[in-house]
Design a protein around this ligand. Structure first.
Ligand code: NAD
Ligand code: UFG
Length: 336
């Protein structure tokens, strides 16, 4: 039996594929390389020391998906494939709805018709919107998303819940990620954004390597300990391990469950800058500017449900996250 990993050449998918292969799973990675490169596959092979299948395919390509399910005995799908840039989603909402929602519907139709009814889905803390106070718990009401990207995650959660309600043979695990950073210890894979990074850590590492002049800190007048935004950063390898636990849950019965994957600790932008400087020995020049529209002050998880029900908790702290992000960037100044 195999595990199909959609978006497995991307940042989180590549780290998860490595841990799956190391655990002895038969892995099939499916990706269209929209936001990743074939070299990621070589690196996965090198780090894991194992083999896997790869299919270049789009999740919106029903015939392509049917072929993958017909040719392989797939037990479950870990579904990472999607577009994820918040700002771009505001400019291109239709592309985001088509790719993320349309692609997920097509994938689930292909799964249903092939009799594969176990799915682990990459959702996001963004589904909590801006009205719930941190620490965020899974039983708080989701909604109030502030951009089309976040809305795709919210709708996909609803679609998968409805799918389970319509057919109790499904097993759905929705994982709400907080802020993944860090990289594999080898320094061979990591986050490899196209163009100017949108997210904090890749921006910091590109300042450190000299590609960018300084970090723009988006506001220092939030109600936080130093005025800058607070987030729950989680090491991508911890996140990957969370998927292995979620997969075991998905394969052990039926149901529809949702879990936060975070550390439960919040760090401000300036906390991260300081931790990165300590871990890397580099000085990060920064300039404080205006708030970024749509940002919230504080967002961190209550991760206790995942610990209680999946037996998972994050192990790495902010110092290791920063050291591993830096190790990846300095070994790969131009990315992959
Ligand atoms: P990523 O862009 O590195 O990986 C996504 C992969 O999916 C890429 O390799 C891309 O080429 C592929 N892909 C996109 N559309 C596809 C399609 N139609 N068909 C086939 N492949 C397609 O992103 P990531 O950071 O690894 O994120 C993985 C998932 O986790 C995404 O769904 C993302 O929305 C979600 N997520 C990410 C974060 C984060 O901060 N990185 C936070 C919360 C949720
Ligand atoms: N920030 C800066 N300067 C930058 C980039 C970010 O000051 O150049 C600040 C932001 O204002 C925020 C913090 O750093 O306070 C983190 O910002 P990121 O863009 O790294 O992450 P977000 O929390 O905004 O968003 C991330 C993902 C989204 C996801 C969301 C909630 O990018 O996909 O977490 O899960 F929806």
């Amino acid at each position: 039996m195999s595990i199909l990993v959609t978006g497995g050449a991307g940042y989180i998918g590549s780290h998860t594929s490595i841990e799956l292969i190391k655990e002895g799973y038969d892995v099939i990675i499916l990706d269209n390389f929209y936001n990743s490169k074939p070299e990621a596959l070589n690196r996965i092979k090198k780090i894991s020391g194992g083999d896997f299948k790869f299919v270049e395919c789009d999740i919106r390509d029903r015939a392509g998906l049917d072929k993958v399910f017909a040719e392989n005995d797939i037990e479950a799908v870990i579904h990472f494939a999607g577009l994820k840039a918040v700002g771009e989603s505001c400019r291109k909402p239709l592309e985001y709805y088509e790719n993320n929602i349309g692609g997920t519907v097509t994938l689930c139709q292909a799964m249903r018709d092939a009799g594969c009814k176990k799915i682990v889905f990459s959702s996001s803390a963004t589904v909590y919107g801006s009205n719930n106070p941190s620490p965020l718990r899974e039983d708080m009401p989701a909604g109030g998303t502030t951009n089309p990207y976040g809305t795709t995650k919210l709708y996909i959660e609803r679609i998968l819940e409805d799918l389970y309600k319509s057919d109790n043979e499904w097993s759905v695990v929705l994982l709400r990620y907080f802020n993944p950073i860090g990289a594999h210890k080898s320094g061979l894979i990591g986050e490899d954004p196209n163009g100017i990074p949108n997210n904090l850590m890749p921006y910091i590492t590109q300042v450190a390597i000299g590609k960018l002049n300084h970090l723009n800190v988006f506001g220092d007048d939030y109600p936080t300990h130093d005025g800058t935004g607070v987030r729950d950063y989680i090491h991508v390898v911890d996140l990957a391990m969370g998927h292995l636990c979620a997969l075991k849950k998905a394969c052990s019965g039926t149901g529809c469950d949702v879990y936060n994957l975070g550390t439960g600790k919040g760090y401000s932008v300036l906390d991260v800058v300081k931790a990165f400087e300590k871990a890397s020995g580099q000085t990060i020049k920064y300039v404080v500017g205006d708030r970024r529209p749509g940002d919230i002050a504080i967002c961190y998880s209550d991760p206790s449900k995942a610990k209680a029900e999946l037996g998972w908790e994050a192990k790495f702290g902010i110092d290791e996250m920063c050291a591993d992000s830096w190790n990846w960037q300095k070994n790969n100044p131009q990315g992959l």
